[in-house]
Design a protein around this ligand. Structure first.
Ligand code: GAP
Length: 460
């Protein structure tokens, strides 16, 4: 079976309208990408599957949509102003900028740069004379800590402005709304707040297509709980995350847990789920036990009490938070790698097919009149009816085999062919994208049949 490379997938996404280079006509902007018509639908379907799995199916689970721009004190309280940094150095020869830890890890993966201090990293690079990946010389500046947050200004005139930040994670929006959700939903611990939205990071390392970008989308899920329940919930959400990925169609053998030794400033325990990309294992999810760090800090910086009154035990305490966070763009990439296949057919031809889970497919059904002149009227009637319920396309150009292939390559799970039998007996031929098998089905049963296959409930 052919294994697609990152370059081939990038070209595929561009050719079929999934993802385009950002600002392409101006030569692009590094690490930015725009989702095209099919990519946007697939992305929305991934988000809806997450909504089903994390919000709809869960007790006491609420989705919010908080602003990207927040009061700058939020980022003081969260620790991002002081600790959300990368250790960077510049090559004095070719002027390119690099992350010191990446330079070391790529030079010797057993060197454990993550556990080194800034000075130790600098000395290691000097001692080993690690070469610049761009020009091959070893002549670097000192290492400086570079904050990853994008800053912008608020105010009318420059010089009389306040710095505000584009959020680097969604989580803080959930934390600052913890009291609002608790009050308005009249809920009790444990409860969860989730949200889907953009985050921004001034990443300097090369992107691997949409794997690492400066603007990306997260689906974050925070469970507020009593201290003592945190470890159980942490284990639970690690597993639940893995189940979610299998539900999306990612196979077990391409997923693994990666428990962290070095923890972020807020975490007591952290674990990533990684997917096996063509460039190696890469993080697509993180589960963190953030303790009561965040709410304690927000209480301190805002002056508002973050305490929860436990009616059962009559105690007051600041809840712990278990975070499970998902990168939409990385999941999109993993789903595409898993789905894209090149297959040898019995007649010796090859076909490219995108074997997406039907609930994720951008277009659900392709409606095809067998003979344009004879069957279009009936085909259009069926098309108009089905599009009330699903994303449907209509294709009447070229031979039927070519039309099947056009649907296969963009992942359309079904093709419906309208022929003389449709006119005489009110039946259509329904062709399955994966098996290429065809069945005859009464027009009246179509909607119900299709509804079942696209439901978020169904797993196959
Ligand atoms: N609130 C915790 C948090 O933001 P994170 O591990 O830094 O944790 C969460 O980010 C997820 O966001 C990651 O698992 C990844 O899927 C996605 N992500 C992070 N940085 C990204 C980037 N530069 N480009 C694309 N996705 C990114």
């Amino acid at each position: 079976m052919k294994q697609f490379t990152m370059e081939e997938l990038t070209a595929f996404c561009n050719q079929y309208g999934f993802i385009f280079q950002g600002s392409e006509i101006y030569g692009g902007l590094a690490n930015t990408w725009d989702y095209g018509p099919l990519g946007t639908r697939l992305k929305n379907n991934i988000k809806d599957a997450w909504r089903y799995y994390f919000i709809q199916k869960k007790d006491n689970s609420y989705e919010i949509d908080s602003d990207i721009l927040m009061n700058p004190t939020v980022w003081e309280a969260s620790g991002h102003r002081s600790s959300f940094t990368d250790p960077l150095l510049d090559c004095k020869e070719c002027k390119t900028r690099h992350r010191a830890d990446n330079l070391i890890n790529e030079y010797d993966s057993s060197a454990m740069a993550d556990a080194m201090t800034q000075e130790e990293m600098f000395q290691y690079i000097l001692k080993e004379q690690i070469p610049c990946p761009k020009c091959g010389k070893s002549n670097f500046t000192d290492i400086r800590q570079f904050n990853l947050m994008f800053a912008t200004q608020r105010g009318v005139t420059q010089g009389n402005t306040n710095i505000i930040y584009l959020r680097p994670e969604n989580a803080q929006g959930e934390y600052v709304n913890y009291l609002n959700v608790l009050r308005t939903m009249r809920t009790k611990l444990p409860f969860s707040i989730g949200q889907i939205g953009k985050a921004f990071r001034n990443e300097i390392t090369p992107g691997n297509f949409t794997f690492r970008t400066i603007e990306f989308e997260q689906m974050e899920f925070q469970t507020f709980c009593k201290k003592g329940n945190d470890e159980e919930l942490y284990d639970y959400y690690k597993q639940y995350g893995n189940e979610f990925f299998e539900y999306l169609g990612l196979p077990k053998e391409h997923l693994r847990f990666h428990d962290h030794d070095k923890l972020a400033h807020y975490a007591k325990a952290a674990c990533d789920i990684e997917y096996l990309f063509p460039f190696g294992w890469g993080e697509i999810n993180g589960t963190h036990n953030r303790t009561n760090f965040d709410l304690t800090r927000h209480q301190e910086y805002s002056g508002r009490s973050m305490e929860y009154f436990d009616e059962l035990t009559r105690e007051k305490y600041i809840p712990y938070i278990i975070e499970s966070t998902y990168g939409v763009d990385r999941i999109f990439l993993a789903v595409m790698f898993e789905a894209l296949k090149e297959e040898e057919l019995e007649d010796g031809e090859t076909r490219q097919v995108l074997r997406l889970h039907p609930m994720l497919a951008p277009i659900k059904v392709n409606v095809l009149p067998l003979i344009k002149k004879r069957h279009s009227e009936k085909a259009l009637e069926i098309y108009q009816n089905l599009r009330k319920y699903f994303m449907v396309s209509y294709d009447d150009s070229g031979n039927i085999g070519k039309r099947y292939r056009r649907g296969d390559v963009i992942g359309t799970p079904y093709a419906i062919t309208i022929d003389d039998n449709t006119i005489e007996k009110d039946t259509v031929t329904l062709r399955d994208r994966d098996t290429m098998k065809q069945i005859t089905i009464p027009v009246g049963d179509l909607q119900e049949y299709l509804k079942k296959s696209f439901s978020f409930e169904v797993n196959r």
